[in-house]
Unconditional design. Structure first.
Length: 275
């Protein structure tokens, strides 16, 4: 259903969508894409999960609809920059290619309207496990998928009690000491690399942990994911950066659409008095 008042921003960053994986929140992402108009759309890796597709082929219509929505934006003057990650690393063979308004890059430097230079990269290059031990990365991927399956069960029960979406995986990630340490090390490594490249900040994905913070004078930004947090990052017309968590907005939009669909049934029929 068309969005009555789309959000207008200069740039949008999304990553870690994992199309082809059962845990992908494709309908929430579709609602987000339909709700936003932007000059630049940055796809910061792991848009398609080829790892998951290879293990257990899965591709419902909603996942095709996400691709169509992105291509539709490119067709209507949005510049789409795609930076493949480790789960869609096959697309790195296409780096340097342009398809109309869609470009594929290994990394990219974006200048905000207020002059900040932001290095955009997926970030798997700074994940020691992915870089040095593929079998361990696959084991971690399996464990993560299992946790997300539990997450699905938890949220089915929460819906029975009209509770909003809640991420078990994200909760545990914040509570487990090793996970917190890993996230901190990852963020520090990206900030150090950005300083070496003489840019003002870095935008990445990969670790499914949305964040905007200053690390010793370097702006570190992670746009999150569309498996756990349903998050993205905006650049507004004045250059201001903002993290957006869409899960609750998606639920509100679903309720709005249901009411609009039910409204005609509540209207009195010809010759019938209003209640």
């Amino acid at each position: 259903m068309p969005t009555p008042n789309p959000i207008r921003v200069r740039s949008v960053w999304i990553s870690d969508v994992h199309l082809g994986f059962k845990g992908c929140q494709a309908n929430a992402l579709l609602d987000f894409l339909h709700s936003v108009e932007t000059d630049y759309l940055f796809l910061v890796g792991d848009i398609v999960d080829f790892w998951s597709i290879k293990k257990a082929p899965y591709w419902p219509q909603e996942h095709t609809n996400v691709i169509r929505s992105i291509l539709g934006k490119a067709k209507h003057e949005t510049k789409v920059i795609y930076i493949p990650g480790n789960h869609d690393e096959q697309m790195r063979d296409c780096v340097g290619h342009k398809f109309g308004n869609l470009e594929i890059h290994r990394n990219y430097v974006h200048t905000t309207v207020d002059g900040k230079k932001l290095l955009i990269m997926h970030g798997d290059e700074f994940d020691v496990i992915v870089k040095n031990s593929r079998w361990l990365a696959n084991l971690g991927s399996w464990a993560y998928e299992t946790l997300l399956s539990l997450n699905h069960v938890v949220n089915r029960f929460r819906k029975l009690f009209n509770c909003s979406y809640w991420s078990l995986a994200a909760y545990l990630k914040h509570k487990v000491k090793n996970a917190v340490s890993y996230i901190g090390s990852f963020e520090d490594a990206l900030a150090h690399f950005a300083r070496e490249k003489e840019v003002d900040g870095v935008v990445c994905g990969h670790i499914h942990h949305a964040e905007i913070r200053d690390i010793d004078g370097i702006l570190y930004c992670n746009d999150g994911d569309w498996v756990e947090s349903c998050s993205a990052m905006f650049e507004h017309a004045d250059g201001r950066l903002e993290l957006v968590h869409w899960a609750k907005q998606y639920e509100r939009n679903l309720m709005r659409d249901r009411k609009l669909l039910e409204a005609p049934d509540k209207q009195p029929k010809p010759g019938q008095k209003a209640a």
